[in-house]
Design a protein around this ligand. Structure first.
Ligand code: BGC
Length: 417
């Protein structure tokens, strides 16, 4: 047996792809994002429209994912569909998600379901959204009803996607609804509400469904230059909130790690991704279509941070990915990220999944359809799916539980576009 044939990932390790409802389903007209995308003066470059029409094409997409060999699929159920008006729940939409879940099981794909992935029902936003003191109780009731309708078909439940990045996004940076800038009071209220919402929402899900429940966090690898101290940049505010979620996650069944890059903080605050501040590199540092530094090694540090900070709560890597038009670069990125997972496993860290963001090229929030994260392309007019080589590569990793070396991949291009 050669080294290449040795399976290194543990049995039962989940390898798959992650998505979010608003970004792929299309026609999410009752959500706050839909309203925001159509409002003048927001940073949105284009509306989500039909997205990838996943709402109608989920069967073929799940079959495609399973056909590659992937064994897990993370998607979110849309609160704006399930509770389109306050206290009014749609059985038809719960049935829809039951079909999506059944489709996963038919293909032996484990569904990992997020209850809230960035978009809110428009009526929740009108009540004050994340900053409203009603938010935790509203989320709790929604979780109770959604888990009551879907619980028997779930494998894992994630309460809230990246709650550690939502308060600055909506109230400091203004890149998410309600688009406020510099409103620290509202940001703090949103922080407290999200912590409470995770607690009560998680308990509601557990009361209805016998599944592992956790929160999935936005974790850039933050690195401080010598002499630089912690400041109040949005990234650092998010990170302090991540620490509070880690405390809660001590009592959870898992914690989700979502990492794309590192953020370097110098004496003057966060540095641009393209600044060669170590002055060691011979060329301009690589950046992705998101403007992030190409730095797949970030995942190892954030997995270890989550493991330490939770005192050993099992870890799911629920998002890791790169926006690039060069698919070889995507494969190289995933390989490097998986090496970090292997190294963490070798050190005894209990990592149970690697979910690539994303299955499809999709709606990247205010940046619209320009960044291409997908293992699969989706034609904007015909919705035709175009699998990329990376999809087959990752599928082979899932089938063999072995990460081959991507020899011959050109990783030298200075800019990953
Ligand atoms: C979010 C996704 C987003 C991805 C890539 C994560 O922050 O959960 O919704 O598309 O990163 O930017």
């Amino acid at each position: 047996m050669t080294n290449e044939e040795v399976a290194v990932l543990p049995e039962g390790f989940l390898i798959g792809a992650a998505t979010g409802a608003h970004q792929i389903e299309g026609g999410n007209v009752n959500s706050d994002w839909w309203e925001w995308e159509h409002r003048q003066g927001t940073p949105c470059l284009e509306p989500s429209g039909d997205a990838c029409d996943f709402y109608h094409r989920f069967r073929e997409d799940i079959a495609l994912l399973a056909g590659f060999g992937l064994n897990a699929f993370r998607f979110s159920v849309e609160w704006a569909r399930i509770e389109p008006a306050e206290g009014e729940f749609s059985q038809a939409e719960l049935n829809h998600y039951r079909h999506v879940l059944a489709s996963c099981h038919e293909h032996r794909v484990k569904p990992i379901v997020t209850f809230h992935h960035i978009s809110l029902p428009a009526w929740v936003q009108q009540l004050g959204g994340l900053a409203s003191d009603r938010f935790p109780a509203l989320f709790e009731r929604y979780c109770d009803r959604a888990a009551g309708g879907l619980g028997d078909l779930l494998d894992y439940a994630c309460t809230i996607n990246e709650p550690d990045a939502l308060p600055t996004g909506g109230y400091i940076l203004g890149v998410n609804p309600p688009g406020r800038k510099g409103d620290k009071d509202a940001m703090r209220r949103a922080e407290e509400n999200l912590l409470e919402a995770h607690r009560v929402g998680g308990a509601a899900i557990r009361s209805q469904a016998d599944v592992p429940v956790g929160v999935v966090l936005a974790l850039p690898d933050i690195q401080y230059e010598d002499g630089a101290g912690p400041g109040d940049s949005p990234t650092e505010l998010n990170s302090r909130l991540s620490d509070r979620f880690f405390e809660l996650a001590r009592d959870d069944d898992f914690v989700g790690v979502q990492t794309y890059t590192r953020v370097r903080i110098g004496r003057d605050g966060p540095q641009g991704a393209d600044v060669d501040w170590e002055q060691r590199r011979s060329e301009t540092p690589e950046t992705t279509q998101m403007g992030y530094e190409y730095y797949p090694q970030a995942l190892g540090n954030t997995i270890r941070r989550a493991w330490r900070s939770t005192g050993g709560t099992p870890i799911l890597v629920t998002e890791s990915g790169i926006a690039t038009s060069i698919d070889e670069k995507r494969v190289a990125y995933i390989e490097a990220a998986l090496r970090e997972v292997e190294s963490a496993l070798a050190d005894g860290v209990n990592v149970r999944s690697y979910l690539y963001w994303s299955l499809l090229d999709n709606f990247e929030w205010s940046l619209g359809y320009r960044p291409t994260f997908g293992l699969v392309g989706a034609d904007r007019r015909t919705f035709a799916r175009v699998p990329k080589a990376s999809a087959y590569w990752l599928g082979a990793v899932a089938r063999t539980r072995h990460v081959p070396t991507t020899r011959g991949c050109d990783t030298s291009a200075a800019t990953v576009r």
